[in-house]
Write a protein that binds this ligand. Structure first.
Ligand code: ADP
Length: 504
């Protein structure tokens, strides 16, 4: 049974069948008890009628038995016999000497054997009126007996036997009705249930077809229609739409990332190939060959940097990057970054300063924090023209500490600003590209891969912090990293401070 519709209908049919069976059994049992009750009450009424007629006759002082018993036993006076003969049914009147005074016409027609059995049953039946069920003459009988109320009566009891065939007949009628009607009802109900389930699952079928069409890979921009807002299918459609939006975004990102990465690798590879070809050419002089090899080495280093950055981001995406968290005092770290910035700034003709340096310790990975701070400082140097300035500050505010790098560089346009932390994003590539002069070993080339800030953002967020930028085109930029301050007990804070202060 594959479809939910079929399974639902089968379960419904099984539940309905069980309910109907329970209903039929209950009806049957109740009806049976009722018919039995009715039979018993009918028999008792008959007993009372006969007792009443005979009792009235006795009250009026009349003899019950005809004078002189007949050969078979005492007989009722003919006029009384005539009256009782008019009453239908099987009953007998018994005198208090235990002899039978009267048999109803139906009883008189019994065979001797059946009559004997009835007589025994009549004598054995309790006079309380409680019925007894007995079998004789090939049938089942309900036997009820009652004694006259008057103690002076010459009667011992009147007994009535009721044939239970009428009860069985009524019951088989009930059973017959159930057998005919129940399957019809069942079939009709199953048909209705199947149709309702079909209608209810129609949107699912449509949704399956739509999702199949969308997920073929080329139609991820399409969305599922939301028919009845609020119902379960609408909620499912909205959830699927949201999921597809996320998928579309991440597939797009992945496509862009792969295209950008291949593109970034293609350029240095082409340069590398040209350099190697130049170096291998037999007509090239030694000095030129060395220049070609140096350029090849430079491109190889660039490629290695790119692959390193890609690996860092890929590992970060997968959550496989272990940060070695330890209390890191930002003061010595800032000094180290500042010293590097001063050297880089000298080459670039920039004034580097660190006017504010507030003490703070964060819990983090020293190497990664240094990588992030250096990256920001190097960007400021890269994107600031000669004569400008770069300012590094560390300011503490409550439970957070902010590391800022402010420059008077080329700035970032409002259109580029929201994207600078995206992978491979470079604001105005032509503007930022500057070939190295080769004058200094620390010289940094403008026009990196556009991965530096993405890595910085990951490092800041991995430390529970955030990175932000304020910038105006032509006026300069300020990058700020906020990090939570480490909660370190006094004793270990002193230990950390003394370790940081110790030489080496
Ligand atoms: P890149 O390796 O290209 O510098 P980043 O991810 O570090 O890559 O920076 C992305 C882009 O943001 C850069 O290409 C540049 O256009 C812009 N940018 C970053 N820092 C600065 C800055 N201090 N001043 C001006 N532009 C900047």
């Amino acid at each position: 049974m594959s479809s939910i519709r079929a399974r639902l209908t089968t379960s419904f049919a099984a539940a309905l069948l069980a309910t109907m069976a329970a209903f039929a059994v209950t009806l049957f049992v109740a009806r049976r008890a009722r018919i039995y009750d009715e039979l018993q009450r009918g028999a008792l009424a008959q007993v009372e009628l006969v007792l009443g007629i005979v009792g009235q006759a006795e009250l009026r002082g009349r003899r019950l038995a005809a004078v002189g018993d007949s050969l078979v036993g005492p007989v009722l006076t003919p006029d009384l016999q005539d009256v009782l003969d008019e009453i239908p049914g099987y009953f007998l009147v018994i005198r208090n000497d235990g002899r039978f005074l009267y048999f109803s016409p139906a009883v008189r027609r019994f065979s001797l054997d059946t009559l004997t059995r009835l007589q025994d049953a009549a004598l054995a039946a309790p006079t309380s009126g409680n019925a007894r069920v007995l079998e004789f003459g090939g049938r089942e009988w309900l036997v009820v007996a009652r004694a006259p109320r008057s103690v002076k009566s010459t009667l011992s009891r009147v007994a009535v036997a009721v044939d239970t065939r009428s009860r069985d007949q009524a019951l088989s009628e009930v059973l017959g009705t159930l057998v005919v009607i129940a399957p019809l009802l069942l079939i009709a109900a199953i048909g209705v249930a199947y149709a309702i389930a079909g209608r209810a699952f129609e949107p699912v079928d449509r949704m399956i077809n739509e999702v199949q069409a969308i997920t073929d890979g080329r139609s991820l921009h399409r969305r599922l229609p939301v028919d009845e807002p609020g119902d379960e299918f609408a909620r499912l459609a909205i959830t699927l739409n949201e999921m597809m939006e996320r998928l579309e975004k991440s597939f797009g990102g992945l496509r862009r990332f792969t295209a950008d990465a291949s593109h970034e690798l293609k350029t240095p590879l082409t340069v590398l190939r040209a350099d190697v070809e130049r170096a291998m050419s037999p007509n090239v002089v030694r000095a030129e060959r060395l220049i070609a090899l140096e350029e090849a080495l430079h491109e190889t280093t660039r490629m290695a940097d790119l692959v390193d950055s890609l690996l860092t981001l890929a590992r970060a995406d997968e959550g496989r990057f272990d940060l070695h968290r330890e209390p890191v005092d930002l003061e010595p770290l800032a000094h180290e970054v500042f010293e590097t910035a001063v050297i880089l700034g000298e080459d670039a003709g920039l004034a580097v300063s660190m006017p504010n340096l507030e003490a703070a310790t964060v819990l983090g990975d020293f190497t990664r924090l240094r990588q992030m701070f250096l990256n920001l400082v190097m960007n400021s140097v890269k994107y600031s023209p000669r004569g400008g300035s770069v300012e590094i500050t560390i300011l503490r505010s409550g439970r957070t500490v902010a590391f800022s790098v402010r420059d008077t560089g080329i700035g970032i346009s409002a259109a580029d600003l929201p994207h600078v932390f995206e992978r491979f994003y470079r604001a105005d590539r032509a503007r930022t590209r500057k070939a190295p002069t080769g004058d200094s070993p620390l010289e940094i080339e403008r026009g990196g891969f556009g991965l530096g800030l993405a890595i910085c953002q990951w490092i800041a967020e991995a430390h529970g912090g955030a990175i932000s930028v304020r910038s105006r085109l032509g006026r300069g930029s300020t990058f700020t990293v906020t990090l939570p301050v480490a909660e370190i007990p006094e004793s270990s804070a002193t230990a950390v401070a003394s370790v940081a202060a110790s030489p080496g």
